[in-house]
Design a protein around this ligand. Structure first.
Ligand SMILES: [Zn+2]
Length: 406
């Protein structure tokens, strides 16, 4: 390690107090970056569950190199399908390429009050803690089924879970609730924003860079489009509408990737812009897109006056719906009890998207609640406080008290 890592200001939790630690360390050791196969972590987890007698099934992606794992612990009366509780998490992590890590990202390492490693926050600690509870849940017998739902490719657009949910519905599972363990600092989160992702492609007209009036510069037009997105965003940030429960209380518009041009002495023909709208329930993403498109259309006459087959096209790359669960619902109340935040005034709303929206869309009332904070996700030296891991364990133990017979 090159420099000492900062230590926590929260009361210390000893690593020895954490029952889930060996399982978290094991899960971190799988370099299950989204672009690669996640089969090693799925294989290991399935073997671990089957050794306890838990029935597992998989759904694969088209290549057969990635899989979701669905495991069911039946209720004492033998019920497996109806009224169960889903504990859901993704097995993939974002890449570490080019990030200045001070520890091996795939070796969980405790320094002071924190654990470092890729996925300690987003979101292997929750899945591993749920696994840790399995022997106890089996021993204490369940009043209702419990399902573990471990997905692939969450980080590249919640891709894997869509197949798992389709399979869940087709197989006749009707869970009564779902807890997605994305990092919320163990706050009970009842809603998150939706996201629409777009690619806008500008087709200009090439010319020698000394002859600018004879070309249509795709990069410059793309920049005008991006600048307009930015001013749309600023208007939302200034004027709302606002939902003050969200960490970012307004809808946001953001440009993530811009790619165009080939050489300084060529007026660029093509430029692509990838951008997103993250909206709460008071804004329509369709209306905001229409506004952005209208601006793009206003640039066309000047482009076409120079070259006829220039243009600007838009492609909707992906849609992740938002979700909102009633803070008075059974699943929310259960989570308030387990998290130790008895009042539903503690309900949170977050701006980042999760698989919760897709469970919600399938008719399963869903909550997001997991250890760590989104600010540490996807970062170099990703960390989680040991106190958060202890809180997650306490949550799971209280959950067991609620759903177990003994
Ligand atoms: Zn995540």
């Amino acid at each position: 390690m090159n420099a000492p890592l900062p230590t926590s200001v929260l009361p210390p939790v000893q690593a020895a107090d954490l029952a889930a630690l060996p399982l978290i360390e094991k899960w971190i050791s799988f370099a299950s970056v989204s672009r690669d196969s996640n089969l090693p972590i799925i294989e290991w987890t399935q073997n671990w569950l089957e050794a306890l007698g838990v029935e597992c099934s998989r759904t694969y992606d088209d290549s057969g190199k990635k899989a979701n794992l669905w495991a069911t612990l039946p209720a004492e009366n033998g019920e497996t399908k109806i009224g169960g509780l889903v504990l859901s998490g993704h097995t993939d992590v974002v890449p570490v390429d080019g990030q200045p890590w001070e520890t091996d990202p795939f070796v969980a390492q405790i320094v002071g009050d924190r654990m470092y490693g890729r996925g300690v926050t987003d979101m292997k600690s929750y899945g591993a803690t749920a696994l840790m509870m399995v022997p106890e849940l089996l021993k204490r017998k369940l009043k209702r089924p419990v399902h573990l739902a471990f997905s692939y490719d969450e980080e590249v657009g919640c891709i894997g879970v869509r197949r798992m949910i389709a399979d869940m519905v087709k197989s006749g599972y009707q869970p009564a609730g779902c807890i997605v363990g994305e990092p919320t600092g163990m706050q009970v989160v009842v809603a998150h924003k939706g996201k629409h992702a777009y690619k806008t492609s500008v087709r200009g007209f090439e010319a020698h860079s000394s002859l600018t009036p004879q070309g249509v510069n795709a990069v410059e037009i793309a920049c005008e489009f991006v600048a307009n997105l930015k001013s749309m965003h600023q208007k939302l940030a200034k004027e709302g509408p606002f939902d003050p429960i969200y960490d970012v209380p307004h809808t946001t518009i953001h440009t993530g990737v811009i790619h165009g041009g080939t050489a300084l002495n060529i007026i660029p023909r093509d430029c692509d812009v990838t951008w997103e709208i993250r909206h709460h329930h008071m804004n329509s993403p369709e209306d905001l897109f229409t506004e952005a498109k209208a601006f793009a259309d206003s640039l066309l006459p000047a482009m076409r006056a120079v070259a006829a087959d220039t243009g600007i096209t838009h492609h909707l790359n992906s849609v992740l719906p938002g979700f909102a669960t009633d803070a008075d619902s059974e699943i929310a109340k259960l989570c308030f009890t387990c998290a130790g935040t008895d009042s539903n005034s503690a309900a949170g709303k977050v701006s980042f998207g999760t698989e919760a929206a897709l469970f919600h869309q399938a008719g399963v009332p869903t909550i997001v609640c997991g250890p760590g904070h989104i600010a540490q996700a996807h970062q170099p030296n990703e960390w989680v406080e040991l106190a958060q891991l202890a809180w997650c364990e306490r949550f799971m133990r209280r959950l067991a008290d609620q759903i177990c017979v003994n």
